[in-house]
Structure formats: C-alpha cells, structure tokens
Design a protein around this ligand. Structure first.
Ligand SMILES: Cc1cc2nc3c(=O)[nH]c(=O)nc-3n(C[C@H](O)[C@H](O)[C@H](O)COP(=O)(O)O)c2cc1C
Ligand code: SF4
Ligand code: SF4
Length: 240
C-alpha cells in the first residue's frame, strides 16, 4: 500500500511494473476526486493491468464522482473492473458540520468486505467482467473547478495558527498535500490549499484551526435538500 497524500510521495512517481493490479482509493471533494489525485493519475502506466476504484465521502451528493477516475485510469491503459463508495465522517465535521458521525460503521465494513471478494474474483480472472457504464456529468470541467473554489468563499477559511505560539514540530507542514502551509508563519497559501484539513487534524497542540463552520451546516443541508437523518440512512455501494 502506498499513501500518495503527502506531496513528496506523489512527486516520487509510482512504477506499476512490479504489480499485477492496482486499487485506487480517494476521498470525494466537491463531486470529484481531489485535484491532486486527478493530476497524479496521468503519471501512471497501466499497460492493460486491472484496476479497481473506491471512494469515501461525507454523505452529501457526490455523483458523478466515479466517472472521472475511471476515465483517467482508462486513458492510462488500465482495465477498470469496478468502483465503490463508502460513507465516512465528513472532514468538515471538525469545523462544526455534524455529518456522518460514527461512520464508517459495521454496515460500511460489511460492504467493504464484499467488495474485496469481488475485486479478488475480477483481478484473478474468476470473474472476467469489467465495470459497467458510470454516471457521466453534463457539467463542463470549468464549472466543476468553480464549484471547487466556492468552498473558500462561503464554507471554510484556510487553516491558520492565528499568531499563537507552538512547539514548531512542523507536522502540519510536512503532511500538507500541496505545500500550502508555512509552519514558521502559521499561515496558509489560499491558491494552493485544497481544504483537506489534514494539517488541522494532525496539529498535536490543537493551535492550527479553521473557522467555526457550524453556521453553514444548515445552509448546506437546505442546499442539498436533505436532512441529517436522511444522510445517516445512506449506505455504502458497489458499482459493477
Ligand atoms: C474540500 C472537501 C470537499 C468535500 N466534498 C464532498 C462532497 O462533495 N460530497 C460529500 O459527500 N463529501 C464531501 N467531502 C467529505 C469527504 O469526502 C469525506 O470526509 C472524506 O471521506 C474524507 O476522507 P479523508 O479523511 O481521507 O480526506 C468533502 C471534504 C472536503 C475536505
Ligand atoms: S503542527 Fe501545530 S504545533 Fe506543529 S508546527 Fe504546526 S501549528 Fe505548530
Ligand atoms: S488544509 Fe492544510 S494540509 Fe490540506 S491542503 Fe490546506 S494547508 Fe495543506
């Protein structure tokens, strides 16, 4: 297993040659896999190898999230056998959105186990099927890019230490996916940050923070025409 989250790990590239098949896992950010993953996939060389996808998401709308990674992987020469989506607590939970508390739970892990069996059967050739038609988007990429930028205008600010003192461990900076955060100043470059909030989660002193996002929680629920209870009823799903 390789973790392509830190930007240093992605810069190293990834040689698929020694492997029989690939499983790509990614969170969904604004209906798509994050920009950093979209930019990383074109460095891979599939050479006809089989590939499975899984996505994690925070209970809101995510379609057509499966379509882009599938297309990108096919363009790199992979045969995509399947995709799946799993509920996980929403990253913005740490800012005050009470979305998907307690997920993933046993129901999600049961789907994950079933998915592992299916992937194994398809990778080993016991099941020779490939993934079927995935939902396409009618939105141009430019519009989806604009939706991505929308999060900083209305939902969240970038992480900051707000001038507070700290031990200078630099954990947030080392973790950062995009090299956006500067541990010395405690400030984040808005043009690079993708709001994953991984640095906030990792700050051992809890001094790296984002704004209180609780005011936008009701706004988000209204915008998506969903209640918290309806979100909690959602199930992880496999696409074959
Ligand atoms: C910037 C950003 C955008 C997100 N967009 C969506 C979304 O469109 N729909 C959704 O259900 N969850 C969304 N989420 C929630 C994440 O998909 C979810 O919390 C994810 O599984 C987190 O995985 P990670 O901890 O590996 O980042 C978003 C999270 C972030 C940080
Ligand atoms: S992770 Fe937190 S404690 Fe460590 S340098 Fe960054 S702000 Fe300071
Ligand atoms: S939220 Fe933090 S870790 Fe994520 S991209 Fe922004 S600065 Fe980097």
């Amino acid at each position: 297993m390789i973790d392509i989250t830190p930007h240093g790990a992605r810069e190293k590239g990834f040689d698929c040659t020694p492997y029989d098949a690939l499983i790509l896992g990614s969170p969904v950010h604004s209906w798509r896999i994050p920009r950093v993953v979209r930019e990383w996939i074109p460095n891979l060389s599939g050479d006809g190898k089989k590939c499975a996808i899984f996505l994690t998401y925070g209970g809101f709308q995510i379609h057509p999230a499966h379509y882009t990674p599938c297309q990108l992987l096919q363009q790199q020469g992979f045969s995509v056998v399947s995709s799946a989506e799993f509920l996980a607590f929403h990253t913005f939970y740490i800012g005050g959105w009470k979305a998907m508390e307690g997920r993933p739970d046993e129901s999600d892990f049961a789907v994950a186990r079933e998915y592992a069996e299916i992937i194994y059967a398809r990778f080993s050739g016991k099941d020779t099927n490939l993934v079927g038609e995935l939902e396409k988007t009618c939105h141009p990429e430019k519009l989806l890019d604009q939706i991505e930028g929308f999060r900083f205008r209305i939902l969240t600010q970038v992480p900051t230490r707000n001038g507070a003192d700290c031990c200078m461990c630099r954990e947030g900076e080392e973790f950062c996916l995009t090299g956006a955060i500067n541990a010395t100043t405690g400030e984040t470059d808005l043009s690079r940050c993708i709001a994953c909030l991984g640095c906030v989660l990792r700050c051992p002193e809890g001094v790296l923070r984002i704004n209180d996002m609780s005011p936008s929680w009701e706004f988000k629920l209204k915008g998506e025409h969903i209640t918290k209870e309806e979100m909690n009823k959602k199930k992880s799903r496999i696409y074959l």
